[in-house]
Design a protein around this ligand. Structure first.
Ligand SMILES: Nc1ncnc2c1ncn2[C@@H]1O[C@H](COP(=O)(O)OP(=O)(O)OP(=O)(O)O)[C@@H](O)[C@H]1O
Length: 796
């Protein structure tokens, strides 16, 4: 054992001895620089004295003879070898290369790229030597013996013109590959005209910019310069940065920027750049060779559904204005308010598809609460259902009274999909919900919501709303970009989407149907989604990005290696149609994973849409509500239900048939949901389903059912006093084993086993997996804290 160690250290020592130390690099570097200087001078003096020194070449050992070369006999011999026998004038490239290598070593510059400089240097040496041999065949000293002989050799085979063409071709290769010469850029520069090429101009611009020494200007300088000159000229950036200090002292206002600070900044930036450079260059090469990664390539012929699959539902597009109705309602409002001694200074109407908004400005001195209290009286005098009073309208100094139209206009899905707003939406997951009260198409991004809670009494338009969401996404997204998980306990609402299983749906491995209709499968799917979420977080972490959009951009730019597990991540949208049914029968088993997903899944592209008929507190629990800021309320039957879903009343005053309120945290917007009928959905799914598909639905990670463990249901009070400590140990170590808890907390085996069961019941560790340690379902301490806090809140 000891001997092994000794040999190991010996080999290590050997290896480090072979690698030149810092001092040795300086010594070697200076030696190379000095040799290059010696060669340079001896080459120069060779041209002046070669004739007189020629006779000495054979008498190198004779100490009495002296050469005229600056480096005496050594200089004369070496120069003769390189200049006369070798490459002629092109030999000057050699000291340049040696000097460059010396400087790299001396200054400790990373040797990346030096080899290619040597290769290109040698290529240029040969090319110049042949070129000079060709053009100046009568003075052999210019091309050297190699140039002359190679010329001779080539001419024997391809003739003079052949050699000339070959030389020209090599010149192009050198210019393009080594000097990055771009003929198009050159042509553009010529086009810019002579004025742009006035030599004084560019440096002047740099100086004025630098004079400003504004931090923003500093960063913008290299960009403008880089685009005008060479794009990847990193040294340029460096030089401009170091140029800054000499200019700044003249400006009194920039004194607070000390020299050392700016120097430090340059160093740090350079290091970061260098690290990234490697992957960036490799990725750029891949992109150059294969183009950006295209996730849609597998189904590249996929055709998006077209507008004709949707119906107009008799709506011509605009809304018909009934002038009489308008006047009548206005008079009624004014008279009712007059009866209560409320004067109106101004009244204005905005006509929407289902309701008309009358905006009134009361006379000075009238209290808003008085109008609000008259809601029922106004409704009575207008003899209409669904009157809603908004006092005041946020952002405006007016009071709004919404009165339903006698003849509502259907907002067809076709009209919202065709709208410019939806077509041009630059959103990750655009959804066209319908139209606002002022008849504008309302488009929101599901990715920003990031989860949606939808409630409404039966028959008020929930299923149509869900179809509108799914249709919006089907019209905008390629099958590679988004996947749906559909939970449909009623078994009839979402069955049509079965046809697009292999295009757009995701499911658990080894399951027949992608659309989930029974509760155990829902629990498994939710837990599998949690695993997918953790996997995605791992991927994001290793890619050093914060969200799915950045991750996918990086993946498309080929900066992430698929061999390391990276893959293009589609968005996943989980739709649960009847949540009440689910939570009533499965309780915590459903609530816990949903809460976890809702809390954590936003950044990694998993979004939840939950719809329920019964928006009571035992269905929409505190923990769920807290994590679903975006909510939609269709008509509900009581004010309490409206409060549960929206935190305010209003949903009880809606008129049904797609009339809805939408909130994303602050304001509440009244919308008319777009109408998409079942035959239209059938047409869309048929259209998509008939196209070429993936071999299978998108597969979610496997989840081992915890059938044996479902009986464990510890309440919070029953938990062990060391429960929290144990949870922290398990999450920190990311290892769910009883023996770990036993060791760390010094507990007996039975107690540790009990705690593990409690951790499982709390959703912190996964189920028992035989000999393997249990999977830890919480990724870090912050998430654990969050989970436990929410648990206590929802319990109280
Ligand atoms: N946006 C809309 N525009 C016009 N009519 C609508 C709209 N939404 C719903 N309706 C009408 O209301 C009926 C019921 O809608 P829907 O099936 O969506 O209700 P639901 O809330 O899902 O009911 P349940 O909970 O019983 O399934 C539809 O058949 C349709 O006639």
């Amino acid at each position: 054992m000891a001997r092994k160690k000794a040999t190991k250290t010996r080999t290590k020592k050997k290896a480090s001895r072979l690698r030149p130390s810092k001092q040795n690099k300086v010594i070697l570097g200076s030696l190379l620089i000095l040799i290059s200087i010696a060669l340079f001078f001896s080459f120069i003096s060779f041209y002046l004295n070669w004739q007189s020194d020629q006779s000495l070449l054979t008498e190198f050992a004779d100490r009495n003879r002296e050469a005229k070369n600056l480096l005496n006999k050594f200089g004369a011999s070496v120069s003769h070898f390189f200049m006369f026998k070798g490459f002629g004038l092109a030999s000057f490239i050699l000291p340049v290369l040696l000097c460059l290598s010396g400087l790299y070593l001396f200054l400790g510059i990373p040797r990346k790229g030096l080899t290619s400089k040597w290769i290109w240097g040698l290529v240029m040496m040969i090319w110049t030597s042949i070129g000079l041999g060709f053009f100046a065949a009568e003075s052999p000293l210019l091309g050297g013996q190699i140039g002359f002989e190679m010329n001779d050799f080539l001419q024997d085979y391809i003739g003079k013109i052949g050699v000339l063409l070959l030389l020209l071709f090599c010149l192009v290769v050198i210019l393009v590959r080594f000097f990055n010469f771009d003929p198009q850029e050159f042509a553009r520069a010529l086009n810019r005209g002579a004025t742009a090429l006035v030599p004084e101009r560019k440096p002047k611009a740099v100086v004025t910019d630098l004079d400003d020494t504004d931090s923003e200007e500093e960063t913008s300088n290299p960009i403008t310069l880089a685009s005008e000159e060479a794009e990847e000229d990193a040294t340029d950036l460096y030089t401009h940065k170091t140029d800054i200090p000499p200019v700044t002292p003249e400006e009194p206002s920039t004194e607070e920027l000390p020299d050392t600070g700016s120097e430090l900044k340059v160093e740090v930036e350079q290091q970061a750049n260098e690290e990234e450079e490697d992957t960036d260059v490799a990725a750029q090469k891949l992109v150059d060779n294969f183009g950006e990664f295209d996730p849609t390539l597998e189904l590249s012929k996929y055709k998006f559904p077209h507008l004709d699959l949707l119906d107009t539902h008799g709506a011509s597009g605009g809304i018909t204005i009934n002038q009489e109705e308008l006047e009548e309602n206005k008079d009624k409002i004014v008279n009712t308010l007059k009866n209560y001694k409320i004067g109106i200074a101004q009244i204005k109407a905005t006509i929407g598809p289902t309701v008309t908004l009358y905006e009134i400005v009361p006379e000075a001195g009238i209290r808003i609460s008085r109008i609000k209290n008259l809601e029922d009286d106004i409704a009575l005098s207008l003899a209409a259902l669904g009157i809603r009073i908004i006092a005041p309208i946020p952002g405006k100094g007016t009071i709004g009274i919404e009165v339903p139209n006698k003849k509502p206009t259907i907002v067809s899905m076709r009209s919202v999909i065709a709208s410019k707003k939806f077509q041009q939406a630059e959103m990750q997951l655009p959804i066209a919900f319908g139209k606002t009260i002022s008849n504008e198409t309302f488009v929101v991004d599901l990715a920003k919501m990031p989860h949606l809670l939808m409630a409404g009494a039966t028959g008020q338009g929930k299923s149509v709303g869900l179809n509108a969401i799914l249709t919006s996404l089907l019209y905008k997204k390629h099958p590679a970009e988004v996947k749906f998980i559909l939970v449909d306990p009623k078994k009839v609402e979402l069955t049509l989407y079965n046809k697009i299983e292999r295009h757009f749906l995701a499911k658990l491995p080894d399951t027949e149907e992608a659309i989930i209709t029974d509760n155990t499968k829902v629990i498994h799917t939710l837990n599998s989604l949690c695993i997918e979420m953790d996997n995605r977080y791992e991927l994001l972490k290793s890619a050093l990005v914060r969200n799915i959009a950045e991750y996918n951009t990086k993946f498309k730019a080929r900066k992430l290696n698929p061999n390391e597990g990276h893959r293009y991540l589609p968005y996943i949208v989980l739709v649960i149609d009847e949540f009440a049914d689910l939570i009533m029968s499965a309780g915590k088993e459903v609530e816990t994973p949903i809460a976890r997903l809702a809390q954590l899944a936003r950044a990694i592209g998993i979004h939840l849409i939950i719809a329920t008929q019964r928006p009571s507190v035992n269905v929409i629990t505190g923990i769920i509500k807290a994590n679903f800021p975006a909510r939609i309320a269709f008509r509900v039957t009581s004010k309490i239900d409206s409060r549960t879903i929206l935190d305010t009343q209003g949903a009880d005053q809606l008129i049904g048939r797609g009339d809805m309120l939408y909130t994303q945290g602050n304001d509440i917007v009244r919308l008319q949901c777009a109408f998409v009928d079942t035959p239209e959905v059938a047409k869309i799914t048929d259209y998509i389903g008939s196209q070429r598909a993936y071999p299978d639905a998108h597969l979610l990670p496997e989840y081992e059912g915890e059938d044996s463990g479902t009986g464990i249901d510890y309440s919070i009070e029953e938990r062990d006093s060391k429960f929290r400590d144990a949870a922290e140990v398990v999450v920190t170590a990311q290892q769910g084993s009883a023996s770990l808890i036993q060791r760390k907390l010094k507990l007996g085996y039975n107690r540790a086993g009990r705690i593990i069961d409690q951790l499982e019941a709390a959703g912190i560790v996964g189920p028992f997996e035989g000999s393997k340690a249990r999977q830890v379902l919480v990724s870090d301490l912050a998430s654990l804290e969050h989970l436990l806090n929410n648990e206590t809140k929802s319990d109280s």
